[in-house]
Design a protein. Sequence first.
Length: 212
Amino acid sequence: MSDEQYFTNQPIAKSTVGTSKQKTAPLNIDNTTLQLVLDSGVFARKGVDAGTMVLIDAAAKPPTSGTFLDLGCGSGALALTLATRSPNANIYAIDVNQRALQLTASNAQLNGIANITTLLPTSVPPEIRFDLIWSNPPIRIGKTELHALLSLWLGKLTTTGEAWLVVNRNLGSDSLAVWLVSIGYQVDRLVSKQGFRVLRVRPTRVADQPAF
């Protein structure tokens, strides 16, 4: 499988050069079923991936309002979940992939969701701080690039904010947790399911005790 969606602003669909190949899949959120359009050149083009669903099922209910981030939105499963669970929140969905941004925006419109803003990472206003970040981070971009990505966006959490990350255990979820602690975050290793680990990451405060 090509990893071009992690690096390419305008991916070329594998099946037909220059065109997309869309399909629709259900996204089950609590008691609601949304329709999610997927496409070639975007992460999880064949269906909502297992890691994303592990995060959706494991994450605590988000606050009713605030400023939230779906980091690496793909077709928008996490952004749509946040928006559905917190209709009064402002959801930012960011990705380097323009096709992913287009999909997320169209999926929000398809499901009647109006509180999602899609942006390239470079277009996010620098003063914005996030109360909540959800991400199925792109582990395959490599450790150096992943660490830079997470350092940047976790640094935009509010002092009381938190990030929920889902990471394949075979691709280094536990070593990532250790690294996050080493740079000053409190990390709780939560659910482990279907080969994925869910990490809750929070800025370390004076009263906080090390998670491990």
